[in-house]
Ligand binder design. Sequence first.
Ligand code: ADP
Ligand code: MG
Length: 698
Amino acid sequence: MSLTLDSPVQYVKGIGPRKAEALETVGINTVAELLGHFPRGYLDRSNTIDIGRVAKDAVVTVVGKVLAQGTMYGGKHKRFEIILGDDSGHISLLWFRGHKYFQDRFKKGDILAATGVVGWYNGFQLAHPEIEPLESEDKVGAHTGRIVPLYPSTAELGKAGLSSRGFRKAIKFALESCAQEFDDHLPVDVTDRYDLPRLSFTMRQIHYPDSLDNREAARRRLAFEELAELQFLVLRHKSKIKEIKKAHPLKKHGALVKRFAKALPFQLTPGQRQALKTLYGDMAADRPMNRLLQGDVGCGKTVVALAAAVYAVENKLQCAFMAPTELLAEQHHTNWKTTLASIDVTSALFTGSLKSAARRLLVSRIAAGKIDIVFGTHALFSADVQFKKLGLVVIDEQHRFGVAQRAKLIAKGAAPDIIVMSATPIPRTLALTVYGDLDFAIIRGLPPGRKPVKTVWRMGSEREKIYRFIAERVANKEQVFIIYPLVQRTENSDLMAAEEAHREFSEKIFANLNVGLVHGQMKTAAQEKAIRAFAKGETDILVATTVVEVGVDIPGATVMVIEHAERFGLAQLHQLRGRVGRSDKPSYVVAVASAPLSDFARQRLNYLVGHSDGFELAEADLKLRGPGEMFGTRQSGALNFRMANLSSDQDLLQAARDLIGKALEQGPAHDSCGPNQSQIVEYYAAKSALREKIAEIA
Ligand code: ADP
Ligand code: MG
């Protein structure tokens, strides 16, 4: 019987019931699924070096035969040693730990690839090299196996005989004996259009590439598949939202919005007006708005969202204005309640720390429609809070809201309009994935009169100078933030932390100044008190953690010192930097790095110093750190690509979005569309259903 892709994996030569059982535990049941187990890397034998040609201190990969092996007791250390030889010479591989493990792992005549740094002690040696057992030499000879796949495995799989090498054998056999070609769900004109290889080529070349170019082509096709699955998820969500009819499309547009604009202490910038026009347009439509409002730090997103809120109020609708922290919700409320009251718009603050009587009262007033704009935290979405007529939800500074949570929000009101405001500018590729179900609106430019923040970075050894600078600025009636990555020093960490620093500053270094402290582990009231004191100028220096990174607005602060700056990402540093430079005085950011500093961290700090555009910094951050780091773990679940790289595969993302967009537009239901389109929709629907489940769990 010949092997097909649907054959149970057990029929692959060399895979008996025991291996099949082990494979089942990792979700591999069929030949097709086995072929979906992709290499974690490759050994490129065209890059390996003859053993006779190694040089001290070089990082090398050598391939040879085990000539001898054993545990050695001579000298100071017990060690396990292998003598590996090829035609040109031999070299020792040494391990000072784990003798037991190595003892029965290899036998004389085994072929190994070993990677490590070459040392010299009575001959060349590699200490603790990385080892990859290979098949007998003829099989990995110059022609057939120049590029050898290395497969991920686990201790359990290894025990069942499915180490990297075990997978290599099984997959090679499956590829050779399965005559059936992969059924490509994409028509040829599509793969041609995006310059992608066919699935059969892809599956062969990802496992046993004939060249690195072929392997890259295969990777691109698989990356495209990953991106297409995610695009299917977000675009289908988007089109579902668009099917909903809004309960309250907005009609009147004028008097109240105009009064609001007049009540502002400044004029909206052209960038703000442009964005607002987009929002107004959406709100007047009969489908709910779903917009991501972006702009650089300090561009003035809040007032734009608030103008939209006023427009909703003019239409007798309520607005929920959500901030990520109580502190920020309070600040919004404090900043805006007077202006709003002056145009007869009622507002209130709703947070989790409301006393029960006050809470009950507020809940009833919200339900009765007596409050127009409610500022709050996500406490606003507890079950007992019911709006009379919720027309708009603003989610401020949210990088922690996923597609699923937004869907819940929509379910709560009668399809309210939604504005999501991102704290930092989001690189386009990330926006199209994480926020791919939203439309975008970007506020270009900053309010007039902003002076660029002068940014430098210094090593910690220059702290004294920095402290003198701080003292000078304070003497000049300016205020200073000093930021720390942690609240408390943790065990085995030599990082100075906020609490400790605060003690040292207030008792010693700046004993004659007022030094405040704020961090996320303080009670909300205490946090607010500290920030308020700083905002009023009662404290000169505020020692803080990143709780101040979002939103907090303190015009008197002109200096920000960021300690252990190497610990922060670029986007976060930029966000922190946005806390100063909010007055007409010159402002400064001093990023202090502690030794030892990696080249990578140095590069990041130089980039921060040299760039002030948040969008550029965000792109760089994505390149340098990847999406997971940038976004925190919650959303990176959806961004766990095996093949795609969001910073270098922008073209693929666009292509995937294109294809899925078109396929969904035509949809499977229409007879007029060719079999291909509906086939594409069905295929990705099945795939994304799986993905959605995974995302829900994450
Ligand atoms: P972000 O977009 O970072 O959230 P904010 O909304 O907090 O920025 O605005 C930053 C500061 O700029 C606030 O103090 C706000 O009052 C002020 N601001 C907003 N728009 C303008 C404008 N058009 N002219 C002058 N100042 C403005
Ligand atoms: Mg803001």
